[in-house]
Structures are given as C-alpha cells and as structure tokens.
Design a protein around this ligand. Structure first.
Ligand code: NAI
Ligand code: PYR
Length: 371
C-alpha cells in the first residue's frame, strides 16, 4: 500500500503522524511511505531520518495526496485540505466529527473512508486517544497554573501555596485519562484536588490510586455547581466517545466563580463541556476572559509538546496502520471489531452513531458495510 504522511497545517501543530521508527516498520512490511518534506521537523525528525528509514520525501502536497492509498494524519483535515482527498482514499487520523458539520459534509462528499483514532476501542478503552489524553491531562494543570498568574489574567495564586498560605482548589470534571493525569499533576504540585465523574466504579478506582489525596465526587448538576463555585482551576475532561461533549458547566456556574479563576476545557475537541466556551482557541492566542474568568480552549494541546506527543502517538497507532496496510481496510476491520468502531464515514455515509446523531443524519452500521 502507498501511505502518505502530510505535514500538519493547524495553528502550532508540530506533531507528525509517523516517526522514522514507524516508517521502518511499514517499509519492512513491503509498503511505500511518502512523507511531505519538512513534516517531521516540528517534532525534531529531519527528512534525512525518514529517508534513512526507507521513506520517500515529496515536496508537493497535492501529488502526495494523489498517490496515497491511505493518508495518515494527526489532526482532522482543515478547509484548505478538503479538496486534496479522493474517493475511496483511507484517512486515518483524529477526526472529532460530531462538532464539525463542514468537515463531515466534506468527507461525505469526497467519499473518503474515515477511520478516527478517537473511537477505536480495545478492551473497553480508547487506545489511540489515551496517549494524547495523558499528555493533555498533564498539560491542563501546567497551563492552568500559568493562567492563574496575575500577568496572564489569573487571580495571582500559586497552585501549591506556601507554608501558612492555603493551596489552590483544582476541580476536574471527568475522571478518565485526562482527569486522572490532571489529578496526578495537581496533587504533585500541592493543590487541593476534587474529581467529579458519573461512574461510581471510576470514583472507587481514583480513590484507591490516590490514597485519599483526591476528593472524589459523584457528578450531578448539584455537585458540579458547588465545586465549580469554589474552583480556582476548573478542568473539563468529560467524554461520551464520538459524540458531542455534554455542557455540564452552565453559564450561571461560571458566573459564580471568583474573578481570576481559570477554566481549561480539554473536552473542546468534542465541542466543549462548558457553556461559556464559545470558541476554539489556538496556541498563539490561547485564552479569553468572560465573566472575569480566564478560559483556555485549545483543541490540539499536545501539539505544543510535539516531540513527546509524536512518539507517544506513533507508539499507539503503528500496529493499527500496519494492519490496515497489510490486510486492506475491510480485512483489518473485519479482523478486529475494536478497530471497526473507528470507521466514522464511508462512501458518503456516516457509520458512527454519535456523529450521525450530532448532525441529525442517518447512520449506516459498520456491520452492514463490512457484510
Ligand atoms: N484539547 C486537546 O488537545 C485534547 C482533548 N482531549 C479530549 O479530552 C476529552 C477527555 O478524554 P479522555 O479523558 O481520554 O476520555 P475518557 O473516556 O478516558 O474519560 C472521560 C470520562 O468522562 C466521564 N464522564 C462522562 N459523562 C460524565 C458526566 N456527565 N459527568 C462527569 N463525568 C462524566 C466518563 O465516566 C469518563 O471517566 C475528550 O474529549 C478527548 O478527545 C484529549 C486529548 C487532547
Ligand atoms: C485528541 C486530539 O485531538 C489531539 O491530540 O489533538
């Protein structure tokens, strides 16, 4: 199979979908890897390192898309990329289609075979979302601590306090991968930490692993209102896989927060979990202030720590990319029902329920397509 790796074009997206190590794995299995020139530079991988691993570099983005049977990316395609795809081409990447009607329309019109990293399952986990959620969860506290500093609009408090001065209250809504990693960082920095989740099993798990260092709270609107009001740093970390994020934090709740408090809504890539998050921000202009509260809503947080993120991402994606290349997309999806859950669009049809519901369009079950 001819596999094309395009240079990312999103603001400050420094990741690339394949490392030289991943390239070598695909090459050894007999596949052709085309890398857009300079695609790896933001992650510290030179064109020469890809050539040494067996890839061909290509300067012309359009020629790369024209030749490739499968395009591997990091982020969902942006408008300037829509026309590059052709019918029957496999697109293997984060797609986040539920909050993106224009992108969904474009991929349907182009009859792309869209396999989304974020909806692939293995043993009830999301193996291709997990590594980037680990990164974003850890970053959420790092950027949140920064935003709490006075020059960045915050109320001027240090997460861990100092002896004689109380530490900050970090409130995390959603105790999955992002939430757990945010809690680890916040505990490590000496903050007081509360995690809300709707799953009792998850709260039990968090209570066990944090040994009492985190307050676990059942997620409902009453408890969310109480904890949001008292948060210095609020982290949005909920997920309903593939679907639009529920707006759990209302405008009234945000109004109840002290001025200079900070919200980091990591769930922004699925549309955001906070009512006052009304825009996706970028690494070059990451925050805005509403009701005196600093809002951070960057949808590609791991792009800022690209070296770490690119290696972690390829570690997770490479086996799946190899299966798709070796067996063809249908063979690979038939052989692995968890991978089949990644299929979001095919031949002009939506094949993932959460995406179809978000756009009020019909859903064609994957099983029907695989026959
Ligand atoms: N902005 C960015 O750069 C990035 C964003 N993300 C996003 O972060 C979000 C979270 O991802 P993960 O932690 O990996 O998901 P996850 O599936 O591991 O965890 C989600 C948690 O939300 C909980 N949840 C669902 N409904 C809830 C409710 N009503 N109240 C409280 N908790 C609820 C679930 O029980 C689960 O524990 C996703 O939207 C993901 O795409 C991930 C990486 C980077
Ligand atoms: C999960 C995702 O969209 C990201 O890492 O950018």
């Amino acid at each position: 199979m001819i596999i094309g790796v395009a240079k990312e074009i999103k603001n400050n997206e420094n990741r690339v979908a394949l490392t030289p190590a991943g390239t070598e794995i695909l090459k050894r299995a007999g596949h052709t890897v085309l890398i857009e020139q300079g695609a790896g530079l933001g992650s510290g991988f030179s064109d020469e390192s890809y050539i040494k691993a067996g890839a061909q570099t290509i300067a012309d983005k359009k020629a790369l898309f024209d030749q490739a049977d499968m395009i591997i990316k990091v982020k969902e395609p942006l408008a300037p990329e829509y026309d590059l795809f052709h019918a029957g081409q496999i697109l293997f990447t984060y797609l986040h289609l539920a909050p993106e009607p224009e992108l969904t329309k474009a991929l349907l019109a182009k009859k792309v075979i869209g396999i989304a990293y974020e909806t692939i399952e293995r043993n009830h986990t999301l193996p291709l979302l997990t590594p980037m959620s680990e990164v974003a969860g850890r970053m959420a506290v790092q950027v949140g601590a920064h935003c709490l500093e006075k020059p960045f609009g915050g109320k001027g408090i240090l997460l861990g306090g100092v002896p004689g001065v109380e530490s900050a209250q970090v409130v995390i809504v959603g105790g999955g991968t992002v939430g757990t990693n945010a809690a680890k960082m916040a505990v490590g920095m000496g903050a007081r930490v509360a995690v809300l989740d709707k799953s009792v099993e998850r709260l039990v798990y968090l209570d066990d692993i944090f040994g009492g260092k985190v307050t676990t709270v059942m997620s409902n609107s009453y408890n969310i209102a109480h904890w949001v009001k008292n948060a210095d740093l609020l982290v949005g970390a909920v997920l309903l896989p593939g679907a639009k994020a529920p707006k759990l934090v209302t405008e009234e709740m945000v109004k109840s927060m002290e001025p200079g408090s900070v919200i980091v809504d990591v769930a922004i890539d699925q549309g955001g979990s906070v009512e006052t998050i009304d825009r996706v921000t970028t690494h070059s202009d990451p925050t805005y202030v509403k009701y005196g509260v600093v809002h951070y809503s960057v949808a590609n947080m791991p792009g800022a720590v690209a070296r770490t993120s690119t290696i972690a991402l390829t570690n997770a994606t490479i086996d799946y990319a190899l299966q798709i290349a070796n067996k063809g997309w249908q063979g690979a999806l038939r052989a692995d029902s968890g991978l089949a859950k990644g299929l979001n669009v095919y031949d002009g049809k939506i094949t993932f329920k959460g995406v179809a519901e978000a756009h009020r369009l019909p859903c064609t079950p994957v099983e029907e397509i695989l026959g």
